[in-house]
Design a protein. Structure first.
Length: 133
């Protein structure tokens, strides 16, 4: 009886994860970059050293609403960690904790990037994948 309950729970969880992943498919071909990062000298952010680290869309008509950060590799003890962030900055504490573990050999993926066009419509932007060497 317990294994049936476990199977049902795992099935529901898998369905929820799949449904969430389908909601994160990019709906437009707009890319993002990290502004204010010492690692990206080719940032699209003007006066990059003068701004706080944040995601910025390649088209200035879009403002970042939220994103999902996933990291793993070196510093993560064979685990992958993920956290949601609200806004364009790396403000949410779980995201900051993950980023503090990143070092050479780690990877970071920023996906499910929701952005609002100036007219109010929401879009999902292209994901960003970074591998630190």
């Amino acid at each position: 009886f317990n294994w049936m309950r476990l199977f049902l729970t795992l099935s529901i969880l898998s369905f929820c994860i799949l449904a969430k992943a389908q909601n994160c498919k990019p709906s437009i071909d707009i890319k993002v970059n990290i502004c204010g990062s010492k690692y990206f000298k080719d940032s699209i952010c003007p006066a990059c050293n003068d701004c706080y680290p944040r995601l910025i869309a390649s088209d200035s008509n879009y403002s970042i609403v939220s994103f999902l950060l996933v990291a793993g590799g070196e510093g993560f003890e064979d685990n992958i960690e993920m956290a949601h962030n609200t806004g364009s900055g790396f403000n949410d504490i779980p995201v900051r904790k993950i980023l503090m573990k990143v070092r050479p050999g780690s990877f970071v993926e920023i996906s499910c990037i929701k952005a609002r066009l100036k007219d109010g419509r929401l879009y999902i932007l292209q994901p960003l994948f970074i591998e630190l060497k």
